[in-house]
Design a protein. Sequence first.
Length: 177
Amino acid sequence: MKRTLCVVTIAIVLAPSLSRAQSHSSMPPNMTHEEHLAQMQREAAMKQRGAAAMGFDQDGVTHHFLLTRDGGAIRVEANKPSDDASRDAIRGHLRQIASEFARGDFRAPFATHAEAPDGVGVMQALKSAIKYASHETPAGGEIRIVTGDKEALAGVHEFLRYQIREHHTGDPLDVPR
């Protein structure tokens, strides 16, 4: 009886630690534990701000930022096919963002990241040289960004690369050939 009680007590004491360890992402190489904790806190804060700015849970969706030779794309999709609420919120958000970006309004990315993303100044200055088109995908939506202006293109690519790094999407940082 004592042995069973001891095992149960140990399990109860360790359970919260094991739960935290499972949700704790692996520490990147060349980073101290303190730096990793600070990074995780920044990412959690960004997700919280992103949920407020975008209107959907950031853990229930997947973002992709794609570079193309004439601009790029922002794609957001619900992780679960049955998540109609996220899918519909994504579609509404992307329609709104395409309209705002076309006017040079980048308040939503600022609200998410707590800073102006790279490339925004160029995209605002050359807004008339950039076209934004939102369309639906089966699980969410996409904004296609197109320009024929070299300077605007460089700004769009800077913006998309910033998003790739900040959201840790793993999308390619180079323009496909």
